[in-house]
Structure formats: C-alpha cells, structure tokens
Ligand binder design. Structure first.
Ligand SMILES: Nc1ncnc2c1ncn2[C@@H]1O[C@H](COP(=O)(O)OP(=O)(O)OP(=O)(O)O)[C@@H](O)[C@H]1O
Length: 303
C-alpha cells in the first residue's frame, strides 16, 4: 500500500488567537513636500479581555494607531485585523458595519464624542437607533450603561450641564452602546484633573471587567498606565517595550517588569541609555550563551 509522508506542519499564523493583530503596520502621510512615516512596521497583539495602556512621546504614532484600529484611517501597508475584520481590505459598507458594531472610540475632547443639544440618554440612544435596535432594548441598555458608569444622574442633562469627568463617562457609554468587542480611548483623561481622571479610568475598567470589552487606552498619565496589567510603549512608530504588572493579592506584593519587544524578524531596540553607556554605535558583537545573548561593542576585541 502506498503511504504518503505527513504533510509538513503549518506554523499557526502570527496572532491567530488574538483579537487585535497589527503585523508590520505602516502608515505614511504624504503631502506634496513631505512624507511622514507615522507607523514604521508596528507589531502588536491584544487578546480578548485584555486592558492595555499605550504610551510614548508626542509624535510617536499612538493616535495614528488608534485611528487605524478605529477604522477612521487606513493603513498604508501591513496586516491589521480586529475580530476577524481585515482593516486593509474592507469595503465601504464593511467599514460602516465595523465602526458601528465592532469598535467603540472615545476621543480626548468630550465635545467630539457628544452632541451639544442632546441629553446623555439621547446621545447614548443614538448609535443604537442608527443600528436599528428596538426601542425597548435601547432604553434598557441606556439605563444600564449610565448606571454602571455612575452617570445616571446625568440622563437628562446636556454636555454643558455636566462636569468634564461626567462628559467623558457618558462618552464611554456612547462608545459601548452597540456592544463593541474593542473599546479604544485616546487620552480620555488628558484634560481632567487627576481625581476626575481616576473616575474616568475606573469607568474604562468597568467596561473591561463587567462588560467584557477589550480596552486599549492611550495615556500620558503614569498613574493610569500603572493600573493596567500591560503597558506598551511606542517609539518612532514601532512598539519598543512592554511593562507587565501583576497586582498585589493577599500575601503577595505586586510586581512590574519591563521587557524589550522583539519583532518578527528578530529586531530589538536597545534603550538609548544602554547605547550611550557602552558607546554602542553602528556595529555590535553578538554571542550566544547558554541562556542569554550578549551584545558587546565592536571595539571590545577581547570579548
Ligand atoms: N494627518 C496627518 N498628516 C500628516 N502627518 C500626520 C498626520 N497625523 C499625524 N501625522 C504625523 O504622524 C506622526 C505621528 O503622529 P501621532 O498623532 O500619531 O502621534 P502621537 O503619538 O499620538 O502624538 P501625541 O501624543 O502628541 O498625540 C507625527 O509626526 C505627526 O506629525
């Protein structure tokens, strides 16, 4: 009898089990005179149920990444997939469905999330009305969200009658109205004092823990990034490092450890302090040891 050799085992696709996959994501802005590479081959995986913070210097590409994930900007190249939707190949109608049902987006300025002449209850109802949700369900969901996020007392108030923190919590309710799997927030606490910012952050956490939304929040606020289990730093349009934290539990103290991120081709960005301390420039010596890799200066002949 003829026996055939086993078919070679296929490697699972990068990020096959992740909710958000950015694989070598590139976004170039081009005007007549200049070209800005806002994202330069960024890799990022976010798993369902996670809540992560994105940090990085001004201009590093955080908002660009969020706009791409929100489906309001298109990548120039690379693969970007959210909940099975390929963001590069979406047709117009898929894009509309994606923005309406798969992602919720909270912007820094509450005025851009709300409508001046609509009350909180009306503005939370709006995305559900557009999506064709029956009235009874809309009413139930609006009440549930405003209550859960601690702003049910604002139901009949317009934005001008709410504080900045209340406006942002209502904005989160609007973003969650159609039960998105991914909630994106671009510096939602940026214009608030730290106490009010903490309330808004707590609302995002509620969305994550109680409603099961996966949350990606851009922040400059160290107090915020310290409260999530994973903080991803972006430098020059790429993910450069990650801090993983475990929170304090009975008897065990919380820990935080910083990792450099290695991309799929094996590239790792060395922190500037390390390069400067050893005067590492263009070429370095690499050596494989039993359980680590050494990087030495090319001037260090005896290594
Ligand atoms: N529409 C655009 N046209 C041209 N260049 C742009 C555009 N949007 C962003 N950029 C450029 O892309 C780079 C990344 O910008 P981005 O807003 O994503 O950074 P950021 O990390 O969010 O910064 P910040 O923390 O200041 O908001 C910057 O150099 C910026 O000037």
């Amino acid at each position: 009898m003829l026996t055939l050799p086993d078919a070679p085992r296929r490697e699972p696709e990068f990020g096959h089990d992740a909710l958000v996959v950015c694989d070598n994501l590139v976004r170039i802005y081009q005007s007549e005179t200049v070209e800005v590479q806002a994202l330069q081959g960024l890799d990022l995986l976010v798993h369902e149920g996670e809540m992560i913070a994105l940090v990085g210097a001004s201009g590093s590409g955080k908002s660009t990444l969020l706009n791409v994930l929100a489906g309001v900007d298109s990548p120039t190249a690379g693969r970007t997939r959210v909940a099975g939707h390929d963001l590069i190949d979406m047709t117009r109608s898929e894009q509309v469905h994606y923005r309406r049902h798969v992602v919720g987006f909270v912007r820094q300025q509450a005025a851009r999330n709300l409508v001046p002449y609509l009350t909180a209850a009306q503005v939370v109802d709006l995305p559900m009305t557009i999506a064709g949700t029956p009235r009874a369900r809309r009413h139930e969901r609006t009440t549930e969200l405003l209550e859960l996020l601690g702003v049910s007392h604002c139901a009949d108030r317009r934005p001008l009658e709410m504080s900045g923190g209340e406006q942002q919590r209502v904005s989160i309710a609007v973003a969650l109205a159609n039960e998105p799997r991914l909630l994106l927030a671009d510096e939602p606490t940026g214009e608030l004092d730290s106490e009010t910012g903490a309330e808004v952050f707590a609302a995002l956490r509620t969305a994550n823990r109680e409603l099961g939304a996966t949350v990606v929040v851009v922040t400059h606020d160290a107090g915020v990034s310290e409260q999530v289990a994973r903080t991803v730093a972006i430098r020059d349009g790429r993910t450069s490092s990650e801090v993983l934290r475990s929170h304090e539990t009975a008897g065990t103290p919380g820990t935080a450890e910083e990792f450099a991120v290695m991309d799929r081709s094996g590239r790792v960005q060395l922190p500037r302090e390390y390069r400067e301390a050893l005067n590492l420039t263009r070429r370095v010596r690499l050596a494989l040891a039993d359980d680590h890799v050494q990087i030495r200066s090319d001037r260090d002949e005896g290594a």
